[in-house]
Design a protein around this ligand. Structure first.
Ligand SMILES: NC(=O)c1ccc[n+]([C@@H]2O[C@H](COP(=O)([O-])OP(=O)(O)OC[C@H]3O[C@@H](n4cnc5c(N)ncnc54)[C@H](O)[C@@H]3O)[C@@H](O)[C@H]2O)c1
Length: 348
């Protein structure tokens, strides 16, 4: 008899109204569902009403927040998978934001050298970005996503119903990755953003689907992130450094907040290196001041540098970034000197 292969490289996307497809996917499979302390209360009852079969899954609850995307929580997941007699055909399901999908994905990538995972994103950021593309990671020694693997979920189920309980701060930070997608790949959608009068206007399935489509297009061309997929890292060299640095301060930034800061600095770097029109940066700052209202940090080069050196995009200690030469024209693997970063920080 032919053995069924459980490990998949392809992701199917399902949306609100397609619950039967998810129910069919999990039928006859041993499943465990990972939640955090918020999604356990806010989202688990909703998803069990929508897909009753999920109420038979074992639930593993981890504490909420970026701090817990760490090796201790990973061990907790491995311990529980062993306790539950998980096998090669066990399906690990994430129900949560990017923290839960990243750590679920990494646990699934490594447990028994790889078991399937399925993501049910419950934040705007996870719906539009983190749950797709197959990048999984935990933070280590204070460095973002240092330990990770590529492990695409077999499926992602997206239902904006979860967003009703998400706080305004998390909704807004989640939109930043969508702005990034439009800046690197869709002039039309960026221009539409410029016209939005309130952040509530972007909370719809159309925006979510456009954002996912842009990401998936890059991922399909370069699944292992060796080339053009790195365009998606625009804003992330400075952004990740700012996110890590901010964890040592009294005002830790959320991921999307740090990426907005990163995009503004990297637009300034793009102006210096590629003559990018500064109107783009000014518009983004104005949009933030009027609509997003994210409080941006003011870091010096010295504060960011230790984290920039450890960025995974650098093959040596030379800092490399993904930038923009024009709206929707990304440039990858651009070497950026410390002097240029310093000049850019002065432009803000
Ligand atoms: N793998 C990728 O491609 C990728 C891409 C972008 C970001 N990320 C990662 O994603 C993470 C950030 O994700 P995030 O912003 O979703 O953070 P998160 O997972 O920490 O969720 C944000 C907060 O909202 C709570 N929450 C989640 N859903 C809720 C709901 N429906 N109602 C009420 N509360 C809810 C969570 O408990 C948490 O407190 C970062 O670790 C980042 O590195 C990964």
């Amino acid at each position: 008899m032919k053995k069924q292969c459980y490990l998949s490289m392809k992701t199917d996307f399902f949306y609100a109204g397609e619950e039967t497809a998810i129910a069919n996917l999990i039928a006859n499979r041993h499943c465990a569902i990972l939640v955090d302390s918020n999604t356990n209360g806010f989202c688990l009852p909703k998803i069990c009403r929508l897909i009753p079969k999920l109420s038979t899954c074992a639930v593993l609850a981890i504490p909420a927040g970026e701090f817990y995307k760490n090796e201790e929580v990973l061990h907790f997941i491995y311990d529980n998978l062993l306790r539950l007699n998980a096998q090669k055909n066990t399906l690990l399901i994430s129900l949560g934001g990017g923290v839960v999908s990243d750590i679920t994905g990494f646990a699934a990538a490594t447990f028994m050298r790889g078991i399937d995972c399925l993501h049910i994103p419950t934040t705007f950021l996870a719906m539009t970005d983190a749950a797709s593309g197959g990048k999984t990671a935990i933070n280590f020694n204070g460095i973002k996503n240092l330990i990770g693997a590529f492990h695409p979920p077999i499926a992602v189920y997206i239902n904006p119903i979860f967003l009703t309980t998400l706080s305004e701060r998390f909704i807004i930070e989640g939109f930043v990755e969508t702005i990034k997608h439009f800046l690197i790949a869709s002039e039309i959608d960026w221009l539409k953003i410029e016209d939005l009068k309130a952040w509530q206007e972007f909370l719809n399935l159309e925006t979510i689907q456009k954002s996912i489509a842009i990401k998936n297009n890059f991922v399909a061309k370069d699944p292992l992130d060796k080339g053009i997929r790195q365009a998606l890292n625009f804003g992330h060299s400075i952004g990740h450094a700012a996110e890590s640095k901010s964890q040592t301060t009294k005002q830790p930034l959320l991921h999307g907040e740090a990426i907005l800061y990163g995009m503004i600095v990297e637009l300034a770097i793009s102006e210096i290196l590629f003559g990018l029109n500064r109107h783009l940066r000014e518009k983004l700052v104005e949009y933030n001041n009027q609509i997003l209202k994210i409080v941006l940090p003011k870091f010096t080069l010295e504060e960011l540098l230790p984290y920039l050196i450890f960025d995974k995009k650098n093959e040596t200690s030379i800092i490399k970034m993904s930038l923009l030469s024009k709206l929707a024209i990304p440039e990858i693997k651009v070497k950026v000197s410390q002097n240029i970063i310093e000049q850019a920080l002065k432009l803000l």
